[in-house]
Design a protein. Structure first.
Length: 320
């Protein structure tokens, strides 16, 4: 991937639905050259399109991070992952190296659903689950493809937190499902699939996008660029709104930071770093600790390359 490829991905990150002629004009290249490069990058797995759904705007749900430390063989671990993926609350997980072997997130209507899932795991694997951590996500700041050099001091980043619900009717939900499952679907195709008028689809889609209930996005694969991912977890004393804003500002200006989470539980600040080597990571962590101050306890996990995803996001509960 050369600089022109990265610049093209930056433009798609800013607006994944931007037309290729407009992007080509910004980059001062021909449409044919841009089309060839983007097609090649997509086919080689450098990026993919998807729809980001802000579920907290449309359903009374909460998100939790669960950490598990266990002593399982390879087959037992696969059984564990299968059980998680079969659970309707499971969202996404990642294997890790450090104080936890697996971290995963769940989206639930009641916290009791988390403990019911954990009870199932403990019954299944008995004393082989050694340690469990549950963190409730209060706020998420996502700097998509930050490692490409996108300036999030100037650009808006993705923010997810509990907000008043946006009311959706049956047509809104049907259209939202189409957008979620088919990120680049055309309005006319939605109208044909759902037997709605094109005007109705345009009006409702404009609202869904303007209120950021759903956004079409591009995710670049940092692994293809020789980078690795780490999760830094900290228990910060006196974490008030002023300090949160300070941490977010730090994240906006630092292209090694992919995500920031504010949570309740054992740790109250989580940062997902994407870096080329551990030397760069150590420098970042030392700077971050000095910047934040008041870190009572912290931890670092090496995240495995494969994400253990489920694209369900409780679609059955939301859209039926």
């Amino acid at each position: 991937m050369d600089k022109l490829d990265q610049d093209a991905l930056k433009e798609l990150t800013r607006n994944a639905r931007e037309s290729q002629p407009k992007i080509a004009k910004k980059l001062r290249i021909s449409r044919e050259v841009l089309h060839y490069r983007l097609k090649r990058l997509e086919q080689q797995g450098y990026f993919f399109y998807f729809s980001a759904l802000d579920i907290f705007k449309i359903a009374e749900v909460s998100r939790y991070f669960v950490g598990l430390k266990y002593e399982l063989g390879a087959e037992e671990e696969q059984q564990l992952l299968h059980l998680l993926k079969e659970n309707p609350s499971y969202n996404v997980g990642v294997l890790s190296i450090g104080s936890y072997d697996l971290r995963f997130s769940c989206i639930v209507k009641k916290k009791e659903e988390i403990y019911a899932l954990l009870s199932t795991l403990e019954r299944t694997f008995k004393d082989k689950v050694l340690k469990v951590s549950v963190l409730e996500v209060i706020e998420q700041h996502y700097f998509r493809n930050h490692f490409l050099g996108i300036d999030y001091v100037k650009e808006k980043h993705f923010l997810r937190k509990q907000v008043p619900l946006h009311l959706l009717d049956k047509k809104d939900k049907a259209i939202l499902r189409c957008l979620f499952l088919h990120p680049l679907i055309k309005m006319t195709d939605i109208a044909a699939r759902l037997h709605f008028s094109v005007d109705t689809v345009h009006r409702k889609v404009r609202r869904l996008f303007s209120e950021k209930i759903v956004t079409t996005s591009v995710e670049a694969d940092f692994l293809k660029l020789g980078m690795s991912s780490y999760l830094y977890m900290a228990d910060v004393k006196l974490l008030d709104q002023t300090l949160k804003e300070k941490i977010v500002s730090y994240g906006q200006a630092n292209t090694t930071i992919k995500e920031i989470f504010f949570t309740m539980g054992e740790y109250n600040v989580l940062l997902n770093f994407v870096v080329r080597d551990t030397t760069a990571l150590r420098a970042q962590l030392n700077t971050l600790r000095r910047f934040i101050g008041g870190v009572r306890d912290d931890n670092l996990l090496i995240l495995a390359p494969e994400q253990l995803s489920s694209r369900g996001l409780r679609l059955d509960a939301l859209f039926k």
